[in-house]
Design a protein around this ligand. Sequence first.
Ligand code: DAH
Length: 368
Amino acid sequence: MTDIPSQTESALAAIAAADSLDALEAERLETLGKKGWVSLALKTLGGMTPEERSAAAPAIQSARARVAEALDMKKAALEAAALAEQLARETIDLTLPAPAAPRGSVHPVSQVMDELAEIFAELGFAVATGPEIEDDWHNFTALNMDETHPARAMHDTFYFGHNQRNAAGGQMLLRTHTSPVQIRAMIDQGAPIRIIAPGRVYRSDSDATHTPMFHQVEGLVIDKGIHLGHLKWTLETFFKAFFEREDIVLRLRPSYFPFTEPSVEVDVGYSNEGGRRVVGGHGDAPGHAWMEIGGSGMVNARVLEFAGLDPKEWQGFAFGLGIDRIAMLKYGMNDLRAFFDGDPRWLAHYGFSPFDQPTLSAGVGARA
Ligand code: DAH
């Protein structure tokens, strides 16, 4: 039979003398560890008669409590000492200037895409996407531009090599517009449908107002009894919300697109004073001009057929807007090429804080 009280006293002395957390841990294992003497003594209680147990238990329990408490207190003391020592050793020179926090910003194109999604969500539009590497059937044929259609040549298309074809034998290309997403969405979801599809598009073209890659947003509404009035209302409602002014003027010009009938081009009045900006009032006023920002029209019956819908049952309208152009008009930028230069000074000036989340209540274009 071990002498619990004297074992306890020597354990307490060893704990008091421990000068490191490692030494303390060794002492814990020797006492309260699985094979420590306190644990083993506790185990012997199981084999005792009730009388023996009530005689032996209090000494063992109190040994366990005293050792555990001493371990805890010594551990806290050693940790506090280690922290104090570390604080004394490490110094911070508060006279040094604060480092410039590296600060990123949200690109105006991303910001405008978020604004578009927010405004159109309120009008019941979902966001759809499609691949940037497209095949000629989705990009052209299903949009009523067969192989001999002159509009194909007007698109300055980047084609992949002749032998790069998909399983259906389609010629692969970089999509020249977001319109193929109309086809994909109608085939996937059927009608009725209400979507926008923002994204990158590619054309072999470059000057102050054209870059080989740019951004469009496609819109598509297919339902029953849809007419041009719905299209005009939707565009006007969108632009008033987007530019945050009631007095913007849209000009719809009769035009031609193979995938719409009738087709209109959409212009918005702007002024060049102090950077290009959308202005209220008429684009024909002095100092004002019209900027073409997209095309639209009633979806051509042949396009509905290509997408598997019955044109006698379903009608709809579509539009395609240049995101970069409406961003320029909203935020007063002059050169499209600067959008894609990646110049940090331009981004610092025109970029947005990640906290500027567009919301309808705070204003979709509000800068914090
Ligand atoms: N896809 C056309 C382009 O890039 C723009 C366009 C015109 C889209 C009319 C449409 C539309 O949806 O209805 O030039």
